[in-house]
Design a binder for this molecule. Structure first.
Ligand SMILES: [Zn+2]
Ligand SMILES: [Zn+2]
Length: 473
């Protein structure tokens, strides 16, 4: 009962915002509502494994709302309905109250984590970090508007890169592009920081405002801008999480923003190449400097998820010292977006590089637009007796299906051979054997050394993916 009320309350609370931003986060519809247990989801490719997923409601949020409980023992009729209404009101009120409290207690946690970071990296400055976040927002937005994320790949993880590139490609496929006017970043506020064996992470609440419109791709620039300018000015907020290898220190300036290698300082080639010709460093791996590794919609963000220990991860770390939650989630994000690309275009070849078994899972074309991800969270890692390590990642996302915003939860199962080692941090697209840049992100084979990418030999590869539609209560 208590959980049902919580679900109902959350369903009311979490409304999709309608604002403009790169990556289409304005279209994100939260999946914090009850699982579709009574009706058959109307979008359900037969080739995709379907789970009823009883755990679809985020456990952290569900337990958070316990303060609204109590007094559920009275049964029957009007009195019951009245109690129900009162409880919902209490839950709503307590949740609002708690949200304010949470921000305050988070501040204390963030301050402690930041103090810990500063103790290890005395040159770390909150102000400088806010400024580099602002500069990163600017570059990401410029690239988004130009319809090509290549120039900013060095600043963002491959998961974030593939997300943006896929969204742009899907817009183009629909004959559209996003035109924007009066874009202005309005806030960069450090919400929290955390650290683990592998990475330091800084979570920043970013806010910006803009006018935007999806316009015909071939519309002349002046006309596109005119349409954007006539749209209303909207603001948005997101949580941007930056990661850096634990042990690294603040550098002078921001080399990757300035076009230089974050390891040796040599100029990086223009375009999407992230490997330094001088020293071989991968600029967007997070091994040398901060990279944007995750964008979470405010509805889905919780400081708790960042520090939680993952089932089985410590065991795997004994064999692979560099394995991390962040790397697994980023890889899962890359694979998820390639899967979206494949199901929207109906072109399964785009997924093949990322699959454990050739031709699996199958793909059936689906008419989705405005795909947006709310969050990606790893749930477990475990060794199998098939010489593979397996990991499960839950992705909360939404899309427009036949003009209706629809929320989904997908469970990705990924696997990798047990003798493989993590070496590339947040950079997972280039050849895992020789390091050569992949000609296309979905190339199945390295054009330099001939390494075949699929099959889980060196890279985490897709075993299966579920698609569960969520419905509002
Ligand atoms: Zn270098
Ligand atoms: Zn190679």
């Amino acid at each position: 009962m208590r959980n049902l009320l919580a679900i109902f309350a959350l369903g009311l609370l979490v409304a999709a915002s309608a604002e403009a931003r790169p990556g289409g986060g304005q279209h994100f519809k939260s999946t914090h509502s009850a699982p579709s247990s009574t009706s058959t989801p109307h979008v359900m490719p037969p080739s995709v494994r379907t789970l009823s997923h009883p755990m679809a409601v985020s456990s952290t949020h569900a337990t958070d709302t316990q303060s609204g409980g109590g007094g559920c023992g009275v049964g029957g009729g009007l009195l019951f309905v009245l109690i129900l209404i009162i409880l919902v009101v209490i839950i709503l009120a307590s949740r609002r109250g708690r949200d304010r409290a949470k921000v305050e207690s988070d501040t204390a946690v963030a301050e402690k984590a930041l103090a810990d970071l500063v103790a290890r990296d005395p040159s770390f400055s909150k102000q400088a970090f806010a400024e580099r976040t602002r500069a990163t927002m600017q570059k990401v937005n410029d690239a988004w508007i130009r319809g090509d994320m290549s120039p900013v790949r060095r600043l963002i993880s491959d998961g974030v890169y593939v997300r943006f590139q896929t969204q742009l490609a899907l817009l183009r496929q629909g004959g559209l592009r996003n035109a924007m006017a009066d874009w202005k970043p309005t806030a960069q506020e450090i919400l929290a920081a955390d650290t683990d064996a592998s990475w330091d992470t800084v979570h920043v609440k970013v806010a910006a405002e803009a006018r935007d419109a999806d316009v015909a791709a071939n519309l002349p620039e002046a006309e596109a801008l005119k349409q954007a300018k006539s749209a209303s000015l909207e603001s948005y907020e997101e949580v941007w999480s930056f990661v850096r290898r634990r042990g690294q220190k603040t550098k002078a300036g921001v080399p990757a923003l300035e076009g230089n290698c974050p390891n040796c300082g040599a100029p990086l080639e223009l375009g999407e190449v992230v490997k330094c010709k001088q020293c071989g460093a991968l600029a967007n791996s997070g091994e040398h400097d901060w990279v944007l590794a995750e964008i979470t919609q405010p509805e889905e963000w919780s400081p708790m998820q960042a520090g939680a220990e993952i089932d089985g991860l410590a065991g795997l770390r004994v064999r692979d010292a560099n394995i991390s939650r962040q790397e697994l989630e980023d890889r899962a994000s890359v694979i998820f977006w390639k899967w979206i690309d494949a199901i929207v275009t109906g072109d399964r070849k785009r997924l093949e590089r990322f699959c454990l078994t050739a031709g699996q899972p199958g793909v059936e074309k689906l008419a989705l637009t405005q795909v947006a991800v709310g969050s990606a969270e790893i749930e477990f890692v475990k060794p199998g007796d098939d010489q593979l390590d397996h990991a499960g990642v839950e992705i909360r996302w939404s899309a427009s299906v036949g003009g209706k915003a629809t929320a989904f939860v997908s469970e990705l199962l990924i696997a990798r051979r047990q003798d493989a080692l993590s070496k590339r941090g947040m950079s997972s697209l280039d050849c895992p054997n020789c390091g050569a840049p992949a000609k296309e992100t979905d190339a199945v084979q390295c054009s330099y050394c001939g390494e075949k990418f699929a099959g889980g030999k060196k890279e985490w590869s897709l075993e299966s993916i579920s698609l569960t539609e969520q419905v509002d209560v």
